[in-house]
Design a protein around this ligand. Structure first.
Ligand code: ZN
Length: 175
């Protein structure tokens, strides 16, 4: 188990376009395991490899929407290697998004409501599926990271500056 440091804005590495994984080997599987540990520890529901400073097209998601009898979140981990979004719905939805690289800041982002993705699983096998609701939002948010895009890049300049100003203020208060 390894919890990796998460990089935050304005770290320039968050703008890197990540490169595809050439082979799904033990090194990649170890990265995925460390990314899950890091995401659960944060805690968060999605993490892209570049957020732990690895510029590879790898992301992990676990919405942790269900709870067990003791009220603990039930884990339902999804790992996506070399994911691509191949189709999106015309219908769009707004969701209040946050990001572990922009801590404690949230803003409404509009994205397609559903998306169809293709990716490799941990055995290197190709997979394809439609996603909707929060899973579709989260997948598109994480896919953006692989292309160096943050959720605040979808906002108007004014709203983006407001989020960054609030973040700077919160950091100052915490210092
Ligand atoms: Zn994010």
């Amino acid at each position: 188990m390894a919890i990796l440091p998460i990089i935050e804005v304005p770290d320039p590495r968050l703008k890197i376009v990540s490169t595809p994984v050439e082979a799904v080997d033990d090194e990649v599987r170890q990265l995925v395991a460390d990314m899950f540990d890091t995401m659960y520890d944060a805690p968060g529901i999605g993490l892209a490899a570049i957020q732990v400073a690895v510029p590879k097209r790898v992301l992990v998601i676990d919405l942790q929407e269900e709870e067990d009898a003791e009220g603990k979140p039930v884990r339902n981990p999804h790992a996506f290697i070399n994911p691509e979004i191949v189709e999106v719905s015309d219908e769009r939805r707004c969701y209040q998004e946050g990001c572990l690289s922009i801590p404690d800041q949230f803003a409404e982002v509009e994205r397609p409501d559903r998306c169809r993705a293709r990716w490799l699983d941990l055995d290197g096998k190709p997979q394809e599926a439609w996603f909707d609701g929060l899973m579709a939002t989260c997948l598109q948010h994480e896919m953006d990271h692989l292309n160096g895009v943050l959720f605040i890049d979808h906002l108007s300049r004014l709203k983006r500056e407001m989020v960054l100003k609030k973040l700077a203020k919160a950091r100052k208060a915490a210092a």
